[in-house]
Design a protein around this ligand. Sequence first.
Ligand code: UDP
Length: 261
Amino acid sequence: MSEVRGQRSEVGDRIPPPVIILGVPVHPVTFEGFLDVVAAFIAAGAPRQICTANPEFVMTAQRQPEFMRVLQEADLVLPDGVGLLWAARRQGVELPERVTGSDGIDLLAERAAREGWRMFLLGAMPGVAEKTAAILRARYPGLNVAGTFPGSPRDGDYPEIARRIKAARPDILLVAYGAPQQDVWIARHKEDLAVPVSMGVGGAFDFVAGVQRRAPRLLIRMNLEWLWRLVTQPWRWRRQLDLPRFAWRVVRGGAKMEDGR
Ligand code: UDP
């Protein structure tokens, strides 16, 4: 982020100043604004990282300094998670809407098809990224998915992944290894991969490919997507304990504190 702020470039001008929530910067952008920032990143060409933050990210970052650093240095942090909208409002800042990776992937693909941006889908279980690519190509004719590969965030897999990505020369790299691994992985490798936009998308391929069912729209509108995930993926309960912990920290007034302590 410092690079973007420092340059006061055309790219930087498109990104409103972040609200700091327990030390994590979150940018007040809409889906539309997000797509415009992506366009500016691609036009500028230097490697940039986008993260989709939610309260679980924020709490994980309190425990893992490396992840906190990744979020603080990311070029754009999207408010993916209604808890962040609530926490920002308590600081007197309005985050305009939830900008989720799960919805963002479709909007990105639609814009990519129009603009001719090349996408690479990395991660998820074998076959899922390919299926996601096929579905997105069918939905958005002309979409150029330059490559898909499951791979893994393990170091031993990196050479093969790097070879494939460099050969495909994508404009956008979507990484589905789950948080925080995917975001840490991107931060570690983005300079070498030199893709203009890299973004961690969690379970987004699983949703597009139909491996996981996304919460019904009504529940999403009622801000209950977290409850749906708890019921359909009960093994997440331990992680989701972070939701009440997050609320407690914010209510205690910690949302204003940079160090989150
Ligand atoms: N995943 C993967 N390799 C790994 C760990 C995870 O490909 O070593 C994939 C997994 O198949 C799924 C995604 O990463 O598609 C993680 O989804 P999840 O919903 O857990 O991510 P979150 O939304 O919690 O970040």
